[in-house]
Ligand binder design. Structure first.
Ligand SMILES: Nc1ncnc2c1ncn2[C@@H]1O[C@H](COP(=O)(O)OP(=O)(O)OP(=O)(O)O)[C@@H](O)[C@H]1O
Ligand SMILES: [Mg+2]
Length: 324
């Protein structure tokens, strides 16, 4: 997974655009890559190929389940991997590619998902009277026809939601069939932790056992991920020409303020940096950071950005139950 070299942004507009698009690595990329390696064949040079690894006796491919609470960075991680990985390239109808990335809409049924796949792979004749099983058969056939060897289904929990007119068991089986057909593809599904529970509801457990699991969690204080968050923050500040004092422990305060939730922590960190760039400040201060934070939390008496030593502020906030 290679990294392109970055050229320092110079103007305010360039800086803001750079900051917005900047992906922060916490080590989850490496963990995902490690899981993905198990889904594919390798060549003699030791490189992963786009060819799914098949069970020699059954011909079946494998799956990976990416689980995490809302905002923990599942979509960002998967999309980033597709952009950066030299082997997996997102399929677009006019551009080719080997990896189909599907985001399941909230109300979609399993049949709707098959129809989405047909549309995305350029099958124009979707007949609304088509039965779900037939739509899936054509969809699986399309993978082979257009050269798709990996399918990523984001927000997959939506198709496994019970309710009137929704057949959860059939939906689980459709996922299994993706890995069983003649044009079997490597399957990555992502969603909130109830996705796993839903797949486990199949009494035989035959679909569940075909998946390995990757869980994205919050960033815990003192963890490697927390240290990397801090490094990303400092690196970004440096690229933007904004000075940060290490003793202010800004990154730790940001993680604490947002309870280590990845999406919110990154968003707050970027907002604090953005604030400094747009106001053309040369250095960050706790006062400015607090002002940014208070815009979304105006009622707090004391915030993690209180201008005193971080250890003392942290103890005081913990005493009033902040970390809970
Ligand atoms: N490593 C990262 N670097 C920069 N931004 C990130 C990173 N991870 C997540 N984000 C940002 O945090 C926000 C939440 O992330 P994302 O949408 O990927 O979470 P999710 O787990 O897919 O949530 P949901 O279950 O609600 O879809 C997004 O705005 C995303 O761009
Ligand atoms: Mg998402």
């Amino acid at each position: 997974m290679n990294e392109t070299t970055t050229i320092s942004p110079a103007t305010i507009t360039e800086k803001l655009a750079w900051l917005e698009l900047r992906y922060w690595k916490f080590g989850q990329d490496d963990t995902l890559a490690d899981h993905l390696y198990d889904l594919y064949e390798f060549d003699n040079e030791g490189f992963m190929t786009p060819q799914p690894r098949r069970d020699p006796l059954t011909g079946e491919t494998k799956g990976l389940m990416v689980l995490g609470g809302s905002g923990n960075g599942k979509t960002a991680l998967l999309k980033r991997t597709l952009r950066a990985d030299p082997v997996l390239r997102e399929f677009k109808i006019d551009e080719g590619g080997n990896t189909l990335f599907i985001t399941v809409p909230p109300e979609a049924t399993i049949k709707k998902l098959a129809e989405i796949i047909l549309q995305m792979t350029g099958y124009a004749k979707v007949d609304s009277k088509l039965r779900a099983a037939d739509a899936w058969e054509i969809a699986r056939h399309r993978f082979g026809l257009v050269g798709i060897t990996t399918v990523v289904i984001d927000e997959c929990h939506h198709i496994l939601r019970p309710g009137p007119g929704r057949d959860v068991l059939a939906a689980i089986q459709s996922l299994k069939h993706i890995m069983q057909s003649e044009h079997g593809v490597a399957l990555v599904i992502a969603g909130v932790p109830t996705l796993r529970d839903a797949i486990l509801s199949e009494p035989s457990g035959e679909t569940y056992r075909r998946f390995s699991e990757l869980r994205l969690s919050r960033i815990r204080p003192g963890s490697i991920a927390a240290r990397r968050f801090g490094q990303n923050f400092m690196k970004s500040a440096q690229m933007l020409g904004v000075q940060v004092r290490a003793e202010d422990a800004l990154a730790d305060r940001i993680l604490f303020a947002e309870h280590g939730q990845v999406g919110k922590s990154v968003a707050l960190a970027k907002e604090i940096l953005r604030n400094a760039v747009t106001r053309q400040r040369e250095a960050l201060s706790l006062e400015y950071a607090e002002r940014v934070f208070r815009k979304s939390k105006p009622d707090l008496e004391m915030t993690p950005f209180h201008a005193a030593a971080w250890d003392a502020v942290k103890s005081e906030l913990e005493a009033i139950g902040w970390g809970q």
